[in-house]
Write a protein that binds this ligand. Structure first.
Ligand code: AMP
Ligand code: ZN
Length: 110
């Protein structure tokens, strides 16, 4: 098994874990782009949104619903989400994850 996030999920690679349940895990990004930057990822290995199907809709909605809860716990009043999908979408780790970040003063509008 070569997937780095699967290794984080099974504990063989350490992470700064924020949340874990039967379905999802969240941990701080190793290279934060903002004051707070964490990732939410499913325990099930799904490559990205492109590889998702109807059977993954509960996972996707639970990932999104978890974002504001964890952001609030980490002191954020607002945050941004980013989901990179595929090489052309800038994805580097091919285990689906949602970036959640905020708290800094610099906000580049897109
Ligand atoms: P993406 O470009 O959307 O695939 O983003 C992958 C993210 O995973 C990057 O922001 C990396 O900094 C982050 N990352 C890679 N390896 C680790 C790790 N071992 N622990 C925490 N974050 C990681
Ligand atoms: Zn994986």
């Amino acid at each position: 098994m070569t997937c780095i996030f699967c290794k984080i999920i099974d504990g063989s690679i350490p992470s700064k874990k924020i949340f874990e349940n039967h379905e999802l895990i969240a941990f701080h990004d190793a290279h934060p782009v903002d004051k707070v930057h964490f990732l939410i990822t499913p325990k099930k290995h799904i490559e990205n949104l492109i590889a998702c199907s109807e059977i993954d809709k509960d996972i996707i909605s639970n990932m999104l619903l978890l974002a504001p809860k964890l952001a609030k716990e980490l002191g954020l009043k607002g945050f941004r989400t980013m989901i990179n999908s595929g090489v052309e979408g800038g994805q580097e780790v091919f285990h689906m994850h949602f970036h959640v970040y905020g708290g800094g003063s610099k906000l580049v509008k897109i």
